[in-house]
Design a protein around this ligand. Structure first.
Ligand code: GLY
Length: 355
């Protein structure tokens, strides 16, 4: 078992990481909550796999449990599904002293967390992430949101959980494509902060070895994220380094209508394309893009997408990280070291082109 503290004053919490933690969830969550009732929010896939086990564990911890299940998929991260969740929370008699437990991947953590942040002006919640992407990124740091037709995560909040429980054993049921999807974000952490982590992932031989080593990888990613969030909870400076690869990545997701490429796959493409250009511009050490592409390709992650530069630039136009006449790009000096660069919109094509 490893424990990482996220030190945010009165909003501090722990991330607990171990294989088999789901069975101990009731006792662990009881140690941070006096709630009588707990509402587990999860999607139809995850509820079928783990809903009952979590319910039993929570009941063992003395909680009266309601399971709220929504249809699996990013489409559910919307205001209409949120409204249904509010109705279910009200029907279950959830009060301000009760608790939400978000059991699932990134969609569930964001949707369940935003429901908790806003129901009755905010009730406690715990994250129990089940995808690699959620375990190493979205369950930590308190970003909760729903999508609008105009774009992803456009309505949201910063609202920290009371606890994050990461059971790495749950990754064994994750389809391999989504294991690799999450791994793109782990590669990102290596790129921005930790050369040893990058090299560890690069040295892994296959998915079996990856799963055998996943606890250490998850732990290191969460430790990096915790440190960054402690320094910049509200994403006004340092936290932006977590968006390495995301500006072009979001554009790729948008260009394919959120179908062909997953989030992690988009981020992989974004890291590769941007770093090719920053190398050419003399901002990044030679060989960095090749190193990134090699590790991405080992996990069947693409390093380019069939979209014209103009389409990618149009996709970036909706990126919510833009402010005024410039956009903040996250650029590598070399593997393990990154910096933020405010870039004029007119200069942006230099960073997106392929030659
Ligand atoms: N996923 C990026 C962040 O939490 O800031």
């Amino acid at each position: 078992m490893s424990i990482i503290n996220v030190n945010l004053g009165a909003k501090s919490y722990q991330i607990e990481i171990a294989a088999g933690l789901l069975e101990q969830a009731g006792e662990k969550i009881r140690s941070v909550s006096k709630a009588q009732r707990a509402a587990i929010i999860s999607d139809s896939n995850v509820d079928a796999l783990y809903g009952e086990r979590l319910q039993k564990s929570l009941e063992g911890g003395g909680f009266a449990v309601t399971r709220i299940v929504f249809p699996a998929g990013e489409k559910s991260k919307c205001l209409a599904e949120l409204a249904k969740i509010y109705d279910s929370l009200a029907a279950a008699g959830i009060t301000r002293s009760d608790l939400v437990v978000a059991l699932g991947g990134g969609v569930t953590g964001d949707l369940g967390g935003f429901a908790a942040a806003t129901f009755l002006r905010g009730i406690d919640y715990v994250q129990v992430p089940t995808s690699l992407l959620a375990q190493i990124d979205s369950s930590v740091g308190g970003k909760v949101a729903v999508d609008l037709p105009a774009g992803k995560n456009l309505v949201g909040n910063f609202y920290q959980p009371k606890l994050v429980l990461i059971d790495t054993e749950l990754l064994r049921t994750l389809p391999v494509r989504f294991l690799h999807d999450g791994l793109a974000e782990a590669i990102k952490y290596g790129c921005i902060r930790d050369k040893a982590l990058f090299e560890k992932i690069a040295a892994v031989r296959d998915d079996e070895e990856l799963l055998a080593n996943i606890g250490g990888i998850v732990e290191r990613c969460c430790a990096i994220k915790a440190e960054i969030v402690e320094h910049d909870e509200f994403d006004t400076g340092e936290r932006m380094v977590l968006n390495f690869g995301h500006t072009i990545g979001h554009a790729v997701e948008k260009c394919c209508g959120y179908t062909t490429y997953t989030h992690g796959e988009g981020v992989g493409i974004g890291m590769a394309l941007l770093t090719r250009q920053t190398e050419k511009l003399g901002l990044t050490a030679p060989g960095t893009a090749d190193a990134i592409c090699k590790v991405l390709q080992k996990y069947n992650l693409s390093v380019d997408a069939p979209y014209a530069e103009a389409d990618l630039l149009a996709g970036i136009g909706m990126d919510k990280k833009k402010s005024g006449s410039s956009i903040t790009l996250i650029i590598l000096k070399e593997i393990g070291s990154s910096f933020l660069q405010k870039t004029d919109w007119q200069a942006l094509p230099d960073y997106v082109k392929r030659s």
